[in-house]
Design a protein around this ligand. Structure first.
Ligand SMILES: [Mn+2]
Length: 471
């Protein structure tokens, strides 16, 4: 799977029109090597631009077709895996800048969260190996939009609607779609943030090989008349751990000391739940920062997790906390496709269908970037899994340029591993290279890959020229 042709053959298998398949595979490669979803920036020549526009406006290719190729790539990596984390979340895409261009008649565009900005929503499920944390791919992506003249929730009596008719059904549907992609012998733990604390999800999603792990949104009633939060607060902590908190707008960087409590709980259905099963047994975990590390003016870090995994020991509780922490990977995926990465919201396309196709392509390509970064942790991955041999030769030339004189400034990874290559990409983007400065971020790696690709094109042309001269 070379970076420059890692998509070849993916679509030929199932798109009936093989010309569209080849064009799509080429466009994905171009997108990957350009690092931007803005066509004016990604396609240097007029004919390449035209090829992109033609493909994105082709009515015989839908965004689900593009995603299907991604599901197939994901499926092909899963056979030997015992347990995967299926991390889901929703993000919105705003196209404020092209409001006039899109118009209110475009059926693929509607109001987003703030009700006036045009755009749509995307709900992917990211598959991660539970053991190594390596990213396997996407097992489902639901892209949807609201409509401009929809009645409000009160008028529609929204709370009373069956779950299938609510937007929140996506949290359940995504698992159902993913079951078809993830082999039956692989255990799935479906992870979501507070928004996916939905009673139906606990009833419908779990089966022989499927578990649910979510952050609690509301203080639920328990079957013995108690409340979830006071139950958890009443338990003497069964263990503790520390977490590294990086600084954000709301939080100071620190090493937080956390108390951990857990309990079996039987929660009651929400008032509007229409199904038969009115209670369900789950495990609940409380992770709460101790007062001693909470800075003045901040609230303690507090997580309440609910899961169908059976938790009887501190070790099992810690394991679930570790799995839940992997949720940040999906936030990173959103970051890589948005402003700091591919700039998907700066796209100038004039149609919602085209924008959704561009988003689908960008999701697949962004995953590659994330895999590069994760290669830093997994030294069994080889540069040749991602780069062609000419690209590796060129990487070695980059190495001679960017390595400094001292031991500390040298590439610390074994030659020709993926980590070795990623270190070089990050150096190209201006990252210091010192281990003590922390690992490079995704955006740095993407910038490095952009630079590398620009330089490699020139190098490849020179090499080609040399070959021609030899003949
Ligand atoms: Mn969310």
């Amino acid at each position: 799977m070379m970076l420059d042709h890692c998509y070849s053959g993916v679509y030929k298998g199932f798109l009936s029109d093989s010309r569209i398949a080849v064009r799509l595979e080429n466009c994905l490669s171009d997108l990957l090597s350009s690092g931007t979803a803005v066509i004016n920036r990604l396609a240097p020549t007029h004919s390449l631009k035209a090829a992109f526009y033609r493909m994105l406006s082709n009515k015989r290719l839908e965004h689900d077709d593009i995603l299907e190729g991604g599901y197939r790539l994901c499926n092909s990596t899963l056979n030997s895996l015992k347990h995967v984390l299926c991390i889901q979340d929703t993000t919105e895409f705003n196209y404020r800048g092209i409001r006039n261009k899109l118009g209110e008649l475009d059926p693929n565009i509607g109001p987003t969260g703030n009700k006036t900005v045009p755009g749509f929503f995307c709900h992917p499920m990211l598959v991660v190996d539970a053991e190594s944390s390596s990213i396997q791919g996407l097992s489902s992506v639901i892209i949807y939009n609201r409509t401009w003249h929809q009645k409000d929730k009160n008028e529609r009596n929204y709370a009373q609607l069956p779950i299938q008719d609510k937007e929140s059904y996506r949290w359940i549907k995504s698992t159902e779609l993913s079951r078809g992609i993830i082999p039956e012998t692989t255990v799935m733990t479906v992870i979501g943030d507070r928004e996916s604390d939905i009673y139906e999800e606990f009833i419908v999603v779990p089966d022989q090989r499927t578990h649910v792990l979510v952050r609690s949104r509301a203080d639920r009633n328990l079957s013995d008349k108690g409340k979830l939060y006071s139950r958890l607060d009443g338990i003497v902590p069964q263990g503790n751990s520390t977490i590294h908190v990086s600084s954000t707008k709301k939080r100071k960087a620190r090493i937080a000391h956390m108390d951990i409590s857990f309990s079996k709980v039987i929660i009651c259905a929400s008032r509007n739940y229409k199904g038969e099963q009115k209670t369900i047994e789950l495990s609940a975990i409380l992770v709460k920062e101790r007062a001693e590390t909470v800075p003045d003016g901040e609230l303690p870090i507090l997580w309440r997790l609910l899961t169908t995994h059976r938790i009887e020991t501190l070790e099992q509780a810690n394991q679930c906390i570790e799995w839940y922490k992997k949720r940040w990977l999906i936030e990173e995926l959103f970051r890589v496709i948005k402003t700091k990465g591919f700039g998907i919201e700066s796209s100038q396309l004039g149609s919602g269908a085209g924008l959704k196709k561009m988003l689908s392509m960008t999701l697949l390509v962004a995953l590659k970037i994330m895999q590069l970064k994760l290669g830093l942790k997994d030294e069994s991955m080889q540069a040749a899994d991602v780069f062609s041999s000419n690209q590796i030769d060129y990487l070695d030339m980059v190495r001679q340029r960017v390595e400094g004189g001292t031991e500390l400034q040298k590439n610390p990874y074994k030659k020709q591993t993926l980590a070795w290559a990623t270190w070089l990409l990050a150096r190209l983007a201006g990252w210091s290279g010192y281990k003590s400065h922390g690992p490079p971020g995704y955006i740095t790696i993407k910038e490095g890959l952009d630079k590398f690709n620009q330089q490699f094109i020139v190098y490849a042309q020179v090499m080609e020229h040399k070959d021609v001269c030899k003949d």
